[in-house]
Design a protein around this ligand. Structure first.
Ligand SMILES: Nc1ncnc2c1ncn2[C@@H]1O[C@H](COP(=O)(O)OP(=O)(O)OP(=O)(O)O)[C@@H](O)[C@H]1O
Length: 264
């Protein structure tokens, strides 16, 4: 591909995920306007912008979570490894295993800690034996930084953990099905500063192994955890670039106004 190649479709961009000309409507109301962006493996991408600008809506297009909202309609192209995730051939259950999601409010299943992590690998047939499943559960909890805190109480309910532990359990659950991309929608907004610091540390550790996209209201958090930042405003992607540049030398006036606290 040369620089002159039009980016009208994302088929051959070589990025982990690519969106081209994406619009999202809720009924007649347009929430996302003509957004094009690439997401890569080797960095964390932060979506920032004032409340209601469409960060969560756009994030949800990346694993078709908007399918669960009856009024939502998505147009444009979204590719995962060059494959159109909105094509009729795409298995949505598989897609959501490949592109996992962690929500604002920790939402463990009302099941044991072990079952929370084992459920996905079991339904996706990822473990041939109980020993293999035990290994996946332990490995996922270790990678989510939770193993030492829960190894002696795996049969306790996931909902009995603290909020921060529940969020790490949800990250372990996402990791357990061996995803390629992890979407995080304000994962720390319900957590205290210590639990938040643990999640941020975890994001650093997971970086490189997965493509990570995080929606955050907190600009300091975006600056701490991400290498790329996308600024959204009124449903548009106003600016996307290296996090350092977005925060120190934004090119667009609207980005500058937002990061200097003039609105939002
Ligand atoms: N399920 C829905 N039905 C109708 N409109 C919706 C729905 N979800 C979001 N919207 C609207 O779409 C626009 C974008 O909302 P969205 O939640 O994506 O923004 P956001 O930037 O993530 O906001 P916040 O930071 O407050 O979470 C808003 O105008 C919102 O009211």
């Amino acid at each position: 591909m040369t620089d002159a190649t039009p980016l009208s479709t994302a088929t051959a961009t070589g990025h982990k995920m690519s969106a081209r000309g994406v619009n999202v409507f809720y009924g007649d109301k347009q929430a996302i306007r003509d957004v094009s962006i690439d997401v890569d493996m080797d960095h964390v991408t932060a979506f920032i912008g004032p409340s209601g600008c469409g960060k969560s809506t756009f994030l949800r297009t990346l694993n078709r979570m908007n399918d669960t909202i009856a009024s939502a309609r998505v147009t444009g192209d979204i590719m995962l490894d060059g494959e159109d995730i909105y094509s009729s051939a795409m298995d949505v259950v598989q897609l959501r295993a490949r592109v996992g999601m962690v929500f604002q409010k920790p939402n463990p299943f009302p099941k044991s800690i072990y079952e929370n992590v084992a459920y996905g690998p079991r339904i996706h047939g990822l473990a041939a034996s109980k020993v293999a499943l035990d290994g996946i559960v332990e490995g996922s909890l270790r990678r989510a930084g939770l193993w030492d805190e829960v190894k002696d109480r795996l049969s306790d309910s996931g909902t009995a953990l603290s909020g921060g532990q529940q969020q790490r359990l949800c990250i372990a659950r996402a990791i357990a099905v061996d995803p390629e991309v992890i979407l995080m929608d304000e994962p720390c907004s319900a957590l205290d500063p210590i639990a938040t610091a643990k999640i941020e540390e975890l994001i650093h550790e997971l970086r490189g192994r997965y493509a990570i996209v995080i929606v955050t209201h907190n600009m300091q958090q975006a600056a701490r955890v991400s290498q790329k930042t996308a600024f959204f405003h009124l449903g548009q992607l106003v600016e996307y670039g290296d996090t350092d540049n977005i925060f120190t030398a934004p090119k667009q006036e609207r980005t500058k106004d937002y990061i200097t606290g003039r609105y939002g």
